[in-house]
Design a protein around this ligand. Structure first.
Ligand code: MEV
Length: 396
């Protein structure tokens, strides 16, 4: 990551050109990326035509930068693409308070994705785990034969396990765990699942069913924590209120889902800016929230001696290669701003942004309420809407 400070004072008061100029001054942007952004970040339709089907145009979102983030002792500018006012400001404000106490610390697991292979009508399903165990090495070798280039790069299938989902109906599912490097890994694990299915069938019998990744990659977790002092919060009472707000989410799924939505406000915004599969990230986050029975918050805040400490834990499958990460100039520019192409570091930054937004929401809700700050920013959006209406009327 970059070695400059992410604490750029007065950034939000500059106009768009001024903000870009400040980013260029920091040296994070190549000439190509700064040229692209200075021209408004417009991607030609001819480029996106190859990304999807029946393309008729592009749909632009604001690309912003969240400031003040310090993650594992390194400053980082966090690109975010999102239309909801207050997310970028909330993340930046929370990161400013967290950095006073040293910043975010975290770690991401090795990038291990899960491939599922379903077998139906398996005879004597109860004996399937033992039969698979006896052939485990051969099955892992078959998985690796399907993805030789990933194995050469240091990844590949590292483990497998078996789950009997319905013994009477003979429904058995195997999970193949594949280190996918800096990729999101969907294509790789789908390749593995399709390649190994006949070998699994040989081992345990039955009919081959689905062969597809799971969007709940429990071996690809990220964990981040952060502290904020009571002093920075204006006193112990505010610290107490934040912890009570967090506890509310632990007690009530109706609150937990809104609490988690606040986390995902930032996670998704970073994901969109960086061309990630945000649908899979969303699916994984909510499945994880519901994994232990009931629906729980993925980030929680507790009291410390001198303030509060927050922790977030979630599965996070992110990529710095493949997909649109090198095929979209705007996404490439966002990666330059982020300053890393290491998928594990990206996961930690995304989770830190999620924890920051969650903290900002709880602080606002536990204090003056969310509406005051929101309304100020919505007012700005309303001004933009009015300008657009005027433009349309003038054209008539
Ligand atoms: C709004 O986009 C997000 C919040 O509702 C999150 C929360 O309530 O914690 C403010």
């Amino acid at each position: 990551m970059t070695s400059f400070t992410s604490r750029i004072s007065g950034f939000h008061r500059l106009d768009v050109a001024g903000r870009l100029a400040r980013l260029v001054e920091t040296g994070v942007l190549s000439e190509d990326a700064s040229g692209h952004l200075t021209a408004g970040g417009v991607v030609p339709v001819s480029a996106v035509d190859k990304m999807s089907e029946n393309v008729i145009a592009t749909q632009a979102l604001p690309l912003s930068v969240a400031l003040n983030f310090r993650v594992n002792q390194e400053d980082v500018l966090v690109p975010m693409a999102v239309e909801e006012p207050s997310i970028v400001a909330a993340a930046s404000n929370a990161a400013r308070l967290v950095r006073i106490a040293g910043g975010f610390t975290g770690e991401a697991d090795r990038p291990v994705m899960t491939a599922q292979v379903q077998l139906d009508d398996v005879p004597d399903a109860a004996s399937a785990p033992a039969k698979v165990e006896a052939r485990k090495d051969r099955l892992i070798a078959a998985a690796n034969d399907a993805i030789p280039r990933m194995v050469q790069r240091g990844g590949g299938c590292v483990d497998l396990d078996v789950r009997v989902l319905d013994e009477a109906a003979g429904v058995v599912v195997l999970h193949f765990y594949v280190d996918v490097g800096d990729a999101m890994g969907a294509n790789l694990v789908d390749t593995v699942a399709e390649a190994v299915a006949p070998k699994v069938q040989e081992a345990i019998g039955g009919e081959i069913g689905l062969r597809i990744l799971s969007n709940l990659p429990l071996r690809r977790m990220v964990r981040v924590s952060a502290r904020v002092s009571a002093e920075a919060l204006g006193g112990d009472e505010m610290a107490e209120r934040i912890v009570r707000a967090s506890r509310f989410a632990e007690l009530d799924p109706f609150r937990a889902v809104t609490h988690n939505k606040g986390v995902m406000n930032a996670v998704d915004a970073v994901a969109v800016a960086l061309g990630q599969d945000w649908r899979s990230i969303e699916a994984g986050a909510h499945a994880y929230a519901a994994l232990q029975g009931g629906y729980k918050p993925i980030a929680v805040w507790r009291r410390t001696d001198d303030g509060v400490e927050g922790t977030i834990e979630m599965p996070l499958a992110v990529a710095t290669v493949g997909g649109s990460t090198r095929a979209h100039r705007g996404v490439e520019a966002a990666f330059e701003i982020l300053g890393t192409r290491d998928a594990q570091k990206l996961a930690v930054v995304m989770a830190a942004a999620g924890l920051a937004c969650n903290f900002a929401a709880l602080k606002a809700l536990a204090g003056e309420g969310i509406q005051k700050g929101h309304m100020r920013l919505h007012h700005r959006k309303a001004e933009a809407e009015q300008a657009r209406r005027r433009e349309l009327e003038e054209r008539r």
